[in-house]
Design a protein around this ligand. Structure first.
Ligand SMILES: [Zn+2]
Length: 307
């Protein structure tokens, strides 16, 4: 069974309708990769992407879904690696774009988490499917939701990078990629609100920086009141059934993570996350990590609600 806190479907409810052209435009796909000298700082410099036969890839460890994606015949894919990622692809131009974005997010998340290094000694594998048929076959074999257009699981990411007509938003790819990157720093099961909230917050933040359009503490910018009831949010173990609730769940998760990351001492965010990963409730984790800030969980909730 897939632990829901580790898997994120590219949820249709969160994806604004976008054409593939818009996606490619936003990702810069389909255009010649720019040689980076002189590229604006903050857009992610070109990363060294070294293409190799599968047998020569330095880290060939895959989770089960990755093994299915690779298939019986690894030579049906091109493979290339960067410092932290292995990209499996069909078009190098797409691999180059994704690799650049992945390494940029890696650095951004590391910086934002205020940590020196990740806790994952493997490379993260990213599979860029190109054809609908191969994607549908993979989704069926991996037993993912048949409507998914991309899935993040632990440190791996699988997605359909090109579609004839699409609902694949670049910001959603950013969200999925952030899951993979975050897992490298916290390779454990974490509560669903934290997993989704971090991806929402950091993907908005890192994507904006990647595109050179700001960033900082703005989070995903997804609309909505972000007033999903806190206790219900903390207890959530599966996606709400109602689409509006899904929307509010993501939005509120992001609000809570944004509060933790930007309104409290950011140095203590990772220690807090590690306590939650070890099974602590948010209440006990907050009181243990911020004894100087909150005498009770009520005080914490009041400050969060004002945020
Ligand atoms: Zn997600």
């Amino acid at each position: 069974m897939i632990n829901i806190s580790l898997v994120c479907w590219l949820v249709a409810a969160c994806v604004s309708a976008q054409t593939i052209q818009q996606l490619q435009q936003r990702l810069g796909m389909g255009k010649a990769a720019s040689a980076t000298p002189g590229a604006p700082a903050g857009r992610g410099t070109d990363v060294l992407l070294v293409e190799k036969p599968w047998e020569q890839i330095t880290d060939r460890q895959l989770f089960d879904h990755g093994k299915i994606a690779l298939g019986q015949n690894p030579s049906k894919w091109h493979h290339a690696e960067t410092e932290h990622f292995v990209i499996h692809f069909h078009k190098r131009i797409d691999a180059q774009k994704v690799a650049r974005q992945a390494e940029f997010y890696y650095e951004q998340v590391k910086k934002d988490l205020m940590v020196e290094k990740d806790r994952f000694d493997r490379k993260s594998h990213i599979f860029l499917f190109e054809k609908d048929e191969e994607w549908h076959q993979f989704v069926a074999e991996a037993k993912f939701m048949e409507w998914s257009a991309g899935v993040a699981y632990r440190s791996e990411l699988y997605f359909l990078s090109r579609r004839d007509s699409g609902d694949f938003a670049a910001s959603t790819l950013a969200h999925e990629m952030t899951h993979c990157v975050f897992y490298r720093f916290v390779p454990k099961r974490i509560p669903m609100w934290l997993n989704e909230g971090f991806s929402e917050f950091e993907s908005g933040n890192a994507y904006a920086k990647f595109k050179g359009i700001g960033g900082g503490n703005r989070g995903s910018g997804r609309g909505g009141a972000a007033d999903y009831p806190l206790q219900k949010l903390l207890a959530t173990k599966e996606y709400p059934k109602d689409q509006q609730d899904v929307h509010e769940f993501y939005r509120t998760s992001e609000r809570l993570v944004r509060f933790l990351m930007t309104k409290l001492d950011r140095n203590r965010f990772v220690p807090l996350v590690m306590k939650l990963a070890d099974g602590a409730s948010l209440e006990s984790a907050v009181l243990a990590i911020y004894p100087d800030k909150f005498k009770s969980f009520d005080e914490f909730v009041k400050r969060y609600e004002k945020s």
